[in-house]
Design a protein around this ligand. Structure first.
Ligand code: FES
Length: 580
């Protein structure tokens, strides 16, 4: 519906800029009018920002200008004034040293852009991995009405009649080439078949996971996560989101009303059910920090335990996001979880309805893609949080992506001091390593890389691959792409570059991994560990200047979301005086 000014229940924030006859009001309106905006658009209607992470350097978000136009239609239709603005766009596939180093920069940009500009609510246009959490973090810290619309996944990749998943098959093909099972020419031919359309990765990687998290948290309209980027219904979703934000402003429905502890617990359970990315752990912890919810790694273990993985998608299963959409998408998963009694059905969503209201009538159109609870892919779909003298503040592992026989394992450590050391040694036939060893990679955490690179699923040594072995236990302070798989211990905290015990592991040490008992132990005495830590010398210098200096100095550990210490919390939408 369209609102007239008289129907607005309170003075809108944008009226401070546009709602008067002073010199400053005239100044603000006049400059806006250089875009050809008629005078009656400044009649007191809500101004809605469209926060856009469009960038041709972020190919997963390169279609977002089109979607922004659809959002714009919806906002106009509902009686709002849409104004689109760009923010820094961290693209996963190309940005160096790693997109994660810039998630907080993007979040800071989003927060300040929303607070400093004349808007009453905001639509968050995201797609690629880091853009979704960054926008949610920034918007949560301002706490004006906000709603996510995702760019949607790419169409299925196809290569010689076989489904090809973004990322997942890149790793698979790369290993196959190293093992001599695939030619380099075939690998090059497969390149074009992986990315057939605009959109984000088509597996249940981090982008699809975070789109699903937005929906499970209640921050996106129901059904948003899975619609392919090029499906006309993605445009409809954007249009409806534009309409809805105007109502949200009228109702003053803010992130703090939606992002409750219940919402985060629902999201954690949903992540287990979709076989979601381990990256969601870091991002949800960071978003929770912005709204003052004391979410911890223990909540991940507690809420995720015994959650069945229902979504049969790569990398844990076999299908891709296109099939997930055709099967009914995330609302079906949420309905199954609600019926299993593990969700808070009353959690509020951006629609103004409860989560249950949104999903109670959806149907599962393909039970091979979205499995019923009694036929789940695994009954332990959550993220396992490991502790021990090697990870005093925790480390994570995704059991559904691991080899079951390796979940309890003791092995001899083969240590790589950093990613360059790994690259130097891994192809060497003289490297003293076999499939029973534990590969240990240091200095790839938030401060170490910098930016906590997705290198935790380090490839196996070619001489092991050639034996037909496809998995080994790997431990690092890095992250892993949501499209990857393996028995991979990640996010080991404190990280090596901050002097965590990982820093003092040596070649030949014995490491015990026991996932059922949630243990990660370096088998040396307490006294030996203390002595090694005492003589530890930092291997990663503090960058002298620039953003890297800011990042290194202020980034927190993975166990609390790797946010900057000074960005945690909600600072509200109040802004200082006009400078004119
Ligand atoms: Fe952008 Fe995967 S690289 S979504």
């Amino acid at each position: 519906m369209t609102f007239t000014k008289a129907q607005w229940p309170r003075k809108l924030r944008s009226a401070e800029w546009f709602g008067g006859t002073s010199r400053d009001h005239i100044y603000h309106r006049s400059w806006m009018k250089n875009q050809g905006l008629p005078a009656d658009l400044f009649d007191g209607r809500p101004v809605i920002g469209i926060c856009n992470t469009w960038s041709e350097m972020t190919p997963c978000n390169a279609h977002l200008r089109d979607l922004a136009d659809r959002v714009r239609h919806g906002i106009f239709e509902a009686g709002g004034l849409p104004l689109e603005f760009p923010v820094f766009s961290p693209g996963e596939s190309a940005l160096r040293p790693t997109a994660m180093m810039f998630r907080n920069l993007c979040a800071m940009d989003v927060e300040e852009a929303i607070r400093g500009n004349p808007m009453d609510g905001v639509v968050l246009l995201a797609g690629c991995d880091k853009t979704t959490p960054a926008l949610l973090m920034g918007a949560a810290s301002v706490d004006l009405p906000a709603i996510v619309v995702s760019g949607g996944p790419m169409l299925n990749g196809m290569f010689r009649g076989e489904r090809v998943g973004s990322g997942t098959h890149l790793w698979k093909f790369s290993e196959a080439v190293k093992a001599g099972e695939m030619s380099q020419a075939d690998f090059l031919e497969a390149e074009a078949s992986m990315s057939r359309s605009p959109g984000s990765c088509n597996t249940m990687g981090t982008a699809s996971t975070m789109a699903s998290m937005s929906e499970a948290l209640g921050m996106a309209l129901s059904g948003n996560a899975a619609i392919p980027a090029v499906d006309s219904r993605r445009r409809v979703m954007a249009h409806l989101t534009g309409r809805r934000i105007v109502d949200m402003v009228k109702d003053d429905l803010k992130p703090s009303d939606i992002l409750t502890r219940s919402a985060f617990e629902n999201a954690i359970r949903t992540n287990g059910a979709i076989g979601g990315s381990t990256n969601a752990v870091v991002h949800l912890l960071a978003i929770a920090g912005r709204v003052g919810i004391d979410l911890s790694l223990d909540d991940w273990d507690r809420c995720g335990q015994d959650i069945p993985t229902l979504v049969n998608l790569l990398p844990s299963g076999k299908y891709l996001m296109e099939e997930f959409f055709y099967a009914g998408g995330l609302p079906v998963v949420i309905r199954h979880l609600c019926e299993a009694g593990v969700m808070d059905r009353e959690a509020m969503t951006v629609s103004g309805n409860s989560l249950w209201e949104e999903v109670k009538e959806v149907r599962n159109w393909n039970e091979d893609v979205i499995l019923p609870v009694d036929k789940a892919l695994t009954s332990q779909g959550g993220i396992a949080v490991l502790r021990g003298n090697l990870a005093p503040r925790g480390a994570v592992l995704k059991p559904s992506a691991a080899t079951p026989e390796l979940l309890v394992h003791r092995g001899r450590a083969v240590v790589f001091e950093d990613i360059d050391d790994y690259k130097r040694k891994i192809g060497d036939d003289d490297l003293d390593i076999d499939e029973n060893c534990v590969m240990v990679l240091k200095n790839c955490g938030p401060k170490g890389y910098p930016g906590m690179a997705e290198v935790g699923n380090m490839g196996l040594p070619p001489k092991v691959l050639k034996k037909g072995i496809t998995d080994m236990v790997r431990i690092s302070d890095a992250r892993m792409s949501g499209t990857a798989y393996g028995t991979v211990v990640l996010h080991t905290t404190p990280e090596a570059a901050a002097g965590g015990p990982l820093a003092v592991v040596r070649d030949g040490d014995i490491i015990e991994l026991n996932v059922p008992e949630r243990r990660l132990q370096l088998e040396i005495t307490e006294a030996e560990l203390a002595a090694r830590l005492e003589s530890w010398v930092p291997a990663v210098p503090v960058p002298a200047s620039g953003y890297e200096h800011l990042f290194h100095t202020h980034v927190q550990g993975a166990d609390t979301g790797a946010d900057f210490d000074f960005l945690v919390g909600c600072r509200g939408s109040a802004v200082g005086k006009d400078s004119h």
